[in-house]
Write a protein that binds this ligand. Sequence first.
Ligand code: AMP
Ligand code: MG
Length: 881
Amino acid sequence: MTDQALNASVDLMSQRGLGPEAIRVFTHYFQQLQAGAQGTIPEDSIEPLGDIQTLGEVKVSDEEARAALSKTAVIKLNGGLGTGMGMTGAKSALEVRDGLTFLDIIALQVLALRKRWDVELPLVLMNSFRTSQESLDILAKYPDLPVEGLPLDFIQNAEPKLCPDGLMPVKWPKDPELEWCPPGHGDIYVSLVTSGVLDALLDKGIRYAFLSNSDNLGATCDPDVAAWMVEHGLPYVAEVCKRTKSDRKGGHLAVRKSDGRIVLRDTAMVAEGEERYFRDIKRHSTFNANNLWIDLEVLRERMTAKQGVLGLPIIVNRKNVDPADASSPEVIQMESAMGTAIEVFEGSEAILVPRTRFRPVKTTNDLLVIRSDFFSLDDDYHVVAAVDGPEPFVDLDSAYRFVSGFEKRFPKGVPSMRDCTSLRVIGDPVFGRNVRCVGEVLIDGYRRVLDDAVLGELPGPTTPTPPSTSGDLRTVDEHLKAILSTLEPSPTEWTPLTEALGLVVARDVRSKVDLPRFDNSSMDGYAVRADSLAGTGEAPVRLHIVGEVAAGDDPTFSVGPGEAARIMTGAPIPDGADAVIAVEDTDGAATGEVECHAAVSRGRYVRPCGEDVASGSTIVGAGEVVGARTIALLAACGHAGVEVHRRPRVVVLSTGSELVQPGQPLGPGQIHDSNSAMLWAAAVGAGASAEIRGAVGDSEDELLAALDEIVTEADVVITSGGVSMGAFDVVKSALRGKGVEFVRVAMQPGKPQGYGLLAGPDGRQVPLFALPGNPVSSFVSFEVFVRPALRRLMRLTPEKRRPRPATLISGVESFAGRRQFGRAVVSRSAEGTLVAAPVAGQGSHFVADLSRANALFVVPEDVTELVAGEVVDVLVLDKDA
Ligand code: AMP
Ligand code: MG
């Protein structure tokens, strides 16, 4: 029976035009399968790989590298269809970054190597018949790529999929192409022979080939490995990488006890019950990167001796005949893996290479990282990490799994991942432009992520902190971090819609109703049955008016054939009617008969019930900021309020015996208190509610008495003045030791800062900011420390203002070891770039110049001078800040 089965497959293969080698290999595996081969490698038959060469320790001269590369070809496995990412065409035709597909980048990498080493370095793809045309079309952009006497691709063989019962070739008339599969990438050796590419390469004097997957952009043709292989006369080299906990799945190399040869054990080759050995990363500490190097002469010899049957271990794969349809019949696919050829050649070696040579894009999680600014392409089109440290871990929800869903949710590009350690997305929010992920990020229940959002923790210092110049000063970032570490989002409370603007939603909200709530009209006109107007052509049709419906009515009549009801926008569609004809298309009659001049299709001008929102569905997610549009949605869905993080109540208190409230006459030595109103406005601008307490004189008792009162009602206290070294700096003297810490921060202005938690009633802790008194210092301190703190309390990301580069139009000087926040007027140049004009008065008492400025410019701690034309970071201020 099974001979018949084998013959049936062989006949099909010859009909398809597959060569004798392909058929011999198929037969070889078929017989193994018949004999009950499982294709497993038991743990007790192998030993761990042991010590191997590390690529970093290979010493190669330029001449050796060039010589090796001049005899090497690059072969990319390019048969992958990206079905796991919902793609139907060649996976390598997917855009990776900067408008370049995998294939573009591969081509450019090869061209760069050729130029750099002055070598021919042919590139050949192993395609399946499904990927060939699309791939060659992309490579056609590079006219210099083809090499005389060699094709740009060859097509791998195919074999019939087999029915598990009886091993007959499967029949699938729905799509006969699905009756075939590629015999795994181990088929590359056979295909190289049957396509004639092996001979063509050797004829050209190409003796070595570097084989790797086209979705692994880290797999560049490394001259050092090539030279090492040549120097030691190795027939075959496999690159391996250190295994980490997250790589427990991929195959690993080991030494076969019986003959000392290196073998590859893939996931599918693990014997039953031995998964724990396979997963043990201490025992099997490296994994196979599937970047392989082979001596083509040795390969040809071997293939000739064995008549094309290399004898790679069989992999028995069980799949559905239609991979996209889990209910289609199960089939067996006999496969082999390219990397298992390591056991075939006497003297094969492994080499330990950096992780950077293994960067496959298997999922859209991988795609996100490779598209992000975590990586960049260097001049040789190598994908290089822009940051030190491990790649961020990304786990997107199922909505992002297919490329189409992924693209839809990142319409303006993927987030910045440079400072991100992990990003997990639950749900399916759409991401805005310029989103930045920092540290560990979890997005759960968001409907969208707004433009410019910063997700996650506070970023570390953006400017390098100078070593010792700041002495005992605390850096700006340290101080901010210390403040934020004491704060948590405020408690949540149900808040009426009109008081929730700018606050963050604490819990998902579901709709109480369908939207629209009932079928209603989107036009003033007549509700009709579309059929009644079907005959409307040259001659108008007259319909009998049976009633009238206005918004808010509940019509009790129904509309029959030949009838119409006058209807207004928003009014319910009466029973029987299925369309609305606009009043403009009629004579507008109010009673009797209406003359209709147009036909309408069923559903015309009808807004169907539930079209917008289904009752019970989530309309707003926890973490969203309430804006006018959120409020519209909440109101429409029946919510008069929403659970949000409470708006912090700020009380502002000025200190100084010289202070008089604006509007009051000034006595000798007195000035108007401007900080109170300024800090009040800044707090309100940041989204808090605020209250001015007025000014207290420079008396500890007065201050403490005022604070005693304030802490009973405030969530946050801001004082100004009295924190420096003067004899009357009462804030400092009164509050030191009472939970408030006074520090000197390496910034200018704003060096003296106080912060701490005051004990409020019921064990509540009330954060207090003691800001310096000079108006400019006070303002800058608010921007740098208080605003992020208020945002954290509101569960907004602490960072709001994004530094932008601007060109200075005049030079500035700055103290060494201090971060300077200067005031500037920022505008756009004709070319669209930002230019910053520092205001004349940079002293911290210049209120008019402060008010004139619209931005702060930031001079890093280690910079003491910037000249006109240099670029500086600016923080553009809100219009109302
Ligand atoms: P101090 O930090 O108290 O030494 O004040 C530093 C400078 O800022 C002094 O010139 C004060 O007069 C001024 N100043 C302090 N508080 C205010 C305020 N609320 N409004 C305007 N100027 C102030
Ligand atoms: Mg003072």
